[in-house]
Design a protein around this ligand. Structure first.
Ligand code: SF4
Length: 234
């Protein structure tokens, strides 16, 4: 059963071109050290996190018909839930456009979501250079990097809008790493880089790490922007 760990009732920035809400599904198969949602990722914290009943969430959507145009489904990692297809289909049945945020670890699920035409936008995080051991280390998981590559290709060859993005953490990503990630994704429509937030993370040691200054982020963007139709620092 999908559990909902949070609901942002209105967002103007998370779903391009839409006034949306964002629903946060509990649970994730990765443990990115810089994750800023540990309360819906770590089992110990999940038990303490208040949940929103699905019925209340869908009642909320009913009340927002005509006011919101889109729903962002994020996590955690939405694709780990076997019921994700029904969940997305139900949101779609209310007349909303759906954006899915994913870590790209389940290309088979993404393929089915695309085949069933359940979402209109996918945002996929690329966590590291696409080298198997590195991806496993950084995500604290047993992920096979070929699955990540498969998801990238699947999304790029779909006919829906999409973006890729990377959260940049100086202890895990050199400038050259980001250039390498960008080259692995390219050519593609959109790629965004964003600095991690030191204040709340799965790995509390990151609270003492300084994000790259803005000029370094812009320097990275300038090295890679020719590879994409849209590329910017968020
Ligand atoms: S950043 Fe995303 S993929 Fe990584 S642990 Fe957090 S929710 Fe999971």
């Amino acid at each position: 059963m999908i559990e909902i760990g949070g609901l942002q009732k209105t967002t103007l920035i998370d779903y391009p071109g839409n006034v949306a809400c964002t629903v946060f599904l509990v649970g994730c198969n990765f443990r990115c050290p810089w994750c800023y949602s540990p309360e819906i990722v770590l089992p110990d914290l999940i038990t303490r996190q208040p949940k929103i009943h699905q019925r209340d969430f869908f009642d909320f959507l009913e009340s927002r018909k005509g006011l919101l145009t889109g729903v962002v489904v994020c996590g955690g990692e939405p694709t780990i839930h076997p019921e994700i297809f029904d969940f997305l289909a139900k949101i779609k049945s209310f007349g909303f456009k759906v954006k899915l945020d994913t870590n790209g670890s389940n290309p088979e699920v993404l393929k089915e979501i695309l085949n069933k035409n359940l979402v209109q936008y996918i945002a996929m995080d690329v966590k590291s250079i696409l080298v198997d051991q590195k991806y496993k280390e950084i995500t604290g998981s047993g992920i096979d990097v070929n699955l990540i590559k498969e998801s990238i290709n699947l999304i790029k060859s779909s006919d829906i809008d999409y973006e890729f993005r990377t959260t940049v953490v100086p202890t895990f990503h050199s400038v050259e790493d980001i250039v390498q990630i960008a080259k692995s994704i390219a050519p593609a429509k959109k790629y965004f880089i964003q600095s991690f937030r030191p204040e709340k993370n799965i790995d509390s040691r990151l609270t003492s790490v300084e994000p790259y200054p803005e000029d370094v982020m812009i320097e990275i963007k300038n090295k890679i922007s020719h590879l994409f139709e849209v590329c910017s620092v968020r």
